[in-house]
Every structure is written in structure tokens, then in C-alpha cells.
Design a protein around this ligand. Structure first.
Ligand SMILES: [Zn+2]
Length: 103
């Protein structure tokens, strides 16, 4: 396996998606080739950064729950009949016409 092949297979190698023989060939080349092992180290560091970043982000499903919650509190995301009527204004204060007895 040459350097170009190795660099092409580096992603799959890191993901463990190469076959056993290719996986072994890449590993052997990385062991023997300083240039490729430097590239491999860089690739691993990039992935470690990504993994760390991913761990800082909300867990799976939390983003959807947040978006759902936002949709609930955002009136534009609600159907027009979501509220039974306009909220009582100041002119309703002290009104005593019996409309409240329905509750
Ligand atoms: Zn190489």
C-alpha cells in the first residue's frame, strides 16, 4: 500500500470500516512511513477535537425537545384557535357580568 492509498483510506481506517487485511496494511504503512503517520496523528487529533465538541453539545433528542418547546411558546407557530379568545385587557378589570361563572 502506498502513501496515496493510505491517505485515501485513512477515514475508513479510523472508522474501522476497512477489511481486516486493508486495516492491517494501513497500520503497517503508518508504522513504517513517517509522513503518513504524521498525517494520521493529525487526523486523530482533529477527530478527538470533534468528539470533545460533540460531547459538549446537547444529547440526542434534546435539540428536538427544545425546538418543540419553542414552537409551543411562539404564538406564530400555533394554530389560530390555540387560545380561546383575546387575553383580558385592563378594561375588563373588575367586570362582574357573570362570564367567569362558566369555570
Ligand atoms: Zn506513506
Amino acid at each position: 500500500m502506498d502513501c496515496i492509498r493510505v491517505s485515501q483510506n485513512l477515514d475508513d481506517y479510523l472508522d474501522g470500516e476497512l477489511g481486516r487485511i486493508r486495516q492491517h496494511a494501513v497500520a503497517r504503512h503508518l508504522y513504517a512511513c513517517a509522513a503518513c503517520s504524521a498525517g494520521f496523528t493529525f487526523e486523530v487529533q482533529v477527530r478527538q477535537l470533534l468528539w470533545q465538541k460533540c460531547r459538549d453539545e446537547p444529547p440526542e433528542g434534546l435539540r428536538d425537545r427544545i425546538l418543540e418547546a419553542l414552537a409551543v411558546i411562539d404564538p406564530t407557530a400555533l394554530p389560530p384557535n390555540a387560545f380561546p379568545g383575546p387575553l383580558p385587557g385592563p378594561f375588563d378589570a373588575g367586570r362582574d357580568d357573570g362570564l367567569e361563572s362558566g369555570h
